[in-house]
Design a protein around this ligand. Structure first.
Ligand code: IFM
Length: 408
């Protein structure tokens, strides 16, 4: 048996990080999601399901609003050079056109502390959640949302821009369109293609406006979105229908939004989780599922390589902003991370300009409609005391970040 280890080195200055979002970790936020969760757990269907309400209410989340210093210390302990965190719009602008200076000061403290610890900041402005006043105006179906988002962006640029290294205007906009307006999974739980198209259009326009606003004041900064990019392949390569369907899926889910914003991107932020083998009969997808995670999603590391290669045509630097696994027992994560990184490395060798990799997520957090059950964290979080505890995979990831290499 050949036990020789292969060492794959990453380029100098490769950016290692972890990703989080405001709503999923901070706690104490009132927005369209928190209100939707309350209604959901009070519904008859939920009450009769035997589920525990607390697991589906974000509530105090990981209490990161108060424990941000501790979290930044963990990022430092991991040896990550960067941290992705979110700003919660509902905190900054709780009522239309009224800003909460205290909350702005809070985020200033967080960002300054990150900088002092030598951590670069990647800041998401919108991660699916809306202030209640925007929800009441129809959320992103309303074209006025573009104007509101621009005004909020300008406020952040003026107040906090100097502490931000990378900007993510929107997180996974198509996930909001799909789950919120087509398949009924996320608020506002509509099934309305006409509204979905409106939301799609307003989101890409809002990004383009925000890009211009940020660049007007910080011409040399880095602005992007985080885009969920799935790898679609025909289950049978010789089958022209499946081949065409996989191509169509790639266009609709991956390319179409990027094409709308391609002139307003300094890099592409990619989130990779999913692979689909497309078949030409219902349910149109037949994955082999040789390995799956706690949420039943197939684990398919090779897909990240194909995704990166496909995105290369935009001739922009790419940062993997999210890649992660819900793995409560931490059995698969130590394999999952290097397995994906091996393919990121291969893409770099093929000439793709990949500048960084961020693991999702630093902490176990509130996984939206699935509640607190899925455990994506490098660190476990005690749901009562909020104590953070490193999983073995945190130590493994730390070694990768610190040595800038993986051992296969
Ligand atoms: O938790 C989410 C995150 O908010 C957006 N990207 C996917 C993650 C895992 O589902």
């Amino acid at each position: 048996m050949n036990n020789k280890k292969e060492i794959l080195k990453f380029p100098k200055n490769f950016l290692w990080g972890t990703s989080t979002s405001a709503y999923q970790i901070e706690g104490g936020i009132t927005n369209d999601w928190s209100e939707w969760e309350k209604k959901r757990v009070e519904s008859k269907k939920f009450l009769s399901s035997g589920k525990i309400a607390d697991d589906f209410l974000c509530g105090k989340a990981c209490d990161s609003y108060n424990r941000y210093s501790e979290d930044l210390a963990l990022v430092k302990e991991l040896g990550c050079g960067a941290f992705r965190l979110g700003i919660e719009w509902a905190r900054i602008e709780p009522r239309e056109d009224e800003y909460d200076q205290k909350e702005i000061e809070h985020y200033k403290k967080v960002l300054i502390e990150a900088r002092e610890k030598g951590i670069q900041t990647v800041v998401t402005l919108w991660h699916w959640t809306n202030p209640l006043w925007l929800r009441d105006k129809g959320g992103w179906t309303n074209p006025e949302a573009i104007k509101h988002f621009s005004r909020y962006t300008l406020k952040i640029v003026e107040e906090l821009g100097q502490y931000i290294d990378y900007w993510i205007t929107l997180n996974e906009p198509l996930v909001h369109v799909l789950n919120g307006y087509l398949i009924n999974k996320f608020p506002p739980q509509k099934k309305c293609p006409r509204e979905a198209i409106k939301v799609f259009n307003n989101l890409y326009k809002a990004h383009n406006e925000a890009y211009k606003i940020i660049h007007k004041i910080f011409p040399y900064t880095n602005v992007s979105i985080t885009h969920l990019v799935n790898y679609y392949e025909p289950a049978r390569k010789w089958n022209p229908i499946e081949f065409f369907m996989a191509k169509a899926m790639h266009y609709l889910a991956n390319d179409r939004f990027l094409k709308k914003i391609k002139n307003y991107l300094d890099f592409i932020g990619v989130d990779y989780y999913f692979h689909d083998r497309i078949v030409c009969y219902p349910p149109f997808r037949k994955n082999l599922n040789i390995e799956t995670n706690d949420m039943g999603w197939e684990i398919y590391p090779r897909g990240i390589y194909h995704v990166l290669l496909k995105l290369n045509k935009y001739s922009l630097p790419i940062i993997v902003m999210e890649n992660g696994i819900p793995d409560r027992r931490d059995k698969k994560r130590q394999w999952f991370i290097p397995a994906h990184l091996k393919y990121v490395h291969k893409a770099i060798e093929k000439g793709v300009n990949v500048k960084g990799y961020f693991y999702w997520s630093l902490l176990d957090n509130f996984e939206w409609a699935a509640g607190f059950d899925p455990k994506f964290g490098l660190y476990e979080v005690d749901r009562k005391t909020f104590e953070r505890k490193a999983r073995p995979s945190a130590r493994m990831y730390s070694k990768i970040c610190k040595n800038n290499q993986i051992e296969i």
